[in-house]
Design a protein around this ligand. Structure first.
Ligand code: ZN
Length: 161
């Protein structure tokens, strides 16, 4: 067994400030996976923020902790559940709700370009800012709803929208 001096700790903060612990892990990847599966259920428990931090074992004080990523919870523009998580550092957002997966991301190729999409319908668009991306996701969701489809229905395709 390898003894590591560092552990990775995912956690979430509920509305009202209570911290939800999820354990501590020997790799960042496992910590992220644990957090991601927890975020899928964030419509059941009202959450405000979530993060993954690394902690150095046997170090006293603030130096022991490094926040690796931090997320804020919003209502999803597509499925209206509180499962839309925004990565605060690099602008990147994704709905973790089942069957949704709506996302917004800064283009990796072009500066000042925002990509957004909704995988169940293969909808994807390039816009100029985040507000536009939210609007364009709301528009495609409204279109689906008008066609009698629920945004959390995992059966439909672009042909129906
Ligand atoms: Zn959603």
């Amino acid at each position: 067994m390898v003894i590591t001096g560092r552990v990775y700790v995912p956690s979430a903060v509920e509305e009202g400030g209570a911290v939800v612990g999820m354990g501590c892990f020997s790799t960042q990847e496992t910590a992220l996976n644990v957090l991601r599966s927890f975020l899928k259920k964030s419509h059941q428990v009202p959450l405000e923020r979530a993060s993954v931090a690394s902690w150095d074992v046997d170090v006293v004080g603030d130096d022991a902790v490094t926040v690796l990523s931090e997320y804020e919870c919003r209502t999803c523009p597509v499925c209206h559940r509180t499962t839309f998580w925004i990565d605060i550092e690099r602008f990147k957002a994704k709905c973790y709700g089942s069957a949704c997966g709506a996302w917004i991301e800064e283009s990796a190729v072009e500066a000042g370009v925002i990509d957004c999409g909704w995988p169940p319908t293969r909808f994807a668009e390039q816009v100029e800012d985040i507000d536009q991306a939210m609007r364009s996701l709301r528009r495609i969701a409204a279109k689906a709803e008008a066609a009698g489809l629920s945004a959390i229905d995992d059966r439909f395709s672009m042909d129906e929208v």
